[in-house]
Write a protein that binds this ligand. Structure first.
Ligand SMILES: CC(C)(COP(=O)(O)OP(=O)(O)OC[C@H]1O[C@@H](n2cnc3c(N)ncnc32)[C@H](O)[C@@H]1OP(=O)(O)O)[C@@H](O)C(=O)NCCC(=O)NCCS
Length: 161
């Protein structure tokens, strides 16, 4: 199993038994929640891209992604692409580089799986997240109006791998 150290934090792949810890972080940090089956489906689709950050064994952050096929964010060609479905770090552990390591590691794994590019949706007001994605080379490619259930718009952001 891969193990990346970041100061006192350790980033590893999730396993099926740790998905409940991801659900808990998601419920604490984001308004978008999913059924347990949804998490398992994501895990089955791309297990090596489902990552957890821990401090002393306790989960404090995660990223989960899907491998998809579709039209490129940058042209009209059909491509294999990674989709960042959800990323979150518990508030008290933010700004320590965990989000950066989670996303960079997930993108490496997408590339290994043959993805040409990666994309995600983000709330247009989520400045912290947008800044992180821009730092890692993502650009805004379009806006989806009323994407979120409360009516907020999303940017689709993407980059080549
Ligand atoms: C978006 C999110 C995942 C980022 O996680 P994070 O672990 O804080 O991300 P990082 O620490 O890698 O980077 C965030 C900032 O910390 C800075 N940083 C990184 N390492 C640092 C360190 N050792 N010391 C101080 N700052 C540091 C980064 O430079 C970045 O700041 P900047 O872009 O203003 O320069 C987190 O804010 C979050 O969980 N938000 C709520 C959920 C959410 O909105 N998810 C995205 C949905 S699309």
């Amino acid at each position: 199993m891969m193990q990346i150290s970041l100061g006192p934090y350790v980033i590893t792949e999730a396993d099926r038994d740790s998905i409940w810890e991801v659900v808990r972080i998601n419920e604490e940090t984001l308004p978008e929640h999913y059924t347990l089956q949804f998490y398992y489906d994501i895990y089955e689709n791309f297990p090596e891209g489902f990552l957890i950050a821990r401090l002393d064994g306790k989960a404090v952050g995660y990223i989960m992604n899907r491998i998809e096929r579709g039209i490129s964010s940058f042209g009209l060609n059909f491509v294999k692409k990674g989709h960042v479905v959800s990323i979150a770090v518990l508030e008290e552990h933010r700004k320590k580089g965990i989000g950066t390591v989670l996303l960079n590691t997930a993108m490496e794994r997408m590339k290994k799986r043959g993805c040409d590019e990666v994309f995600l949706e983000v709330r247009v007001t989520n400045d912290e997240a947008i800044k992180l994605y821009e730092k890692l080379g993502f650009v805004k490619v379009r806006t989806i109006q009323y994407y979120y259930s409360d009516g907020e718009d999303a940017y689709v952001m993407a980059r080549r791998l």
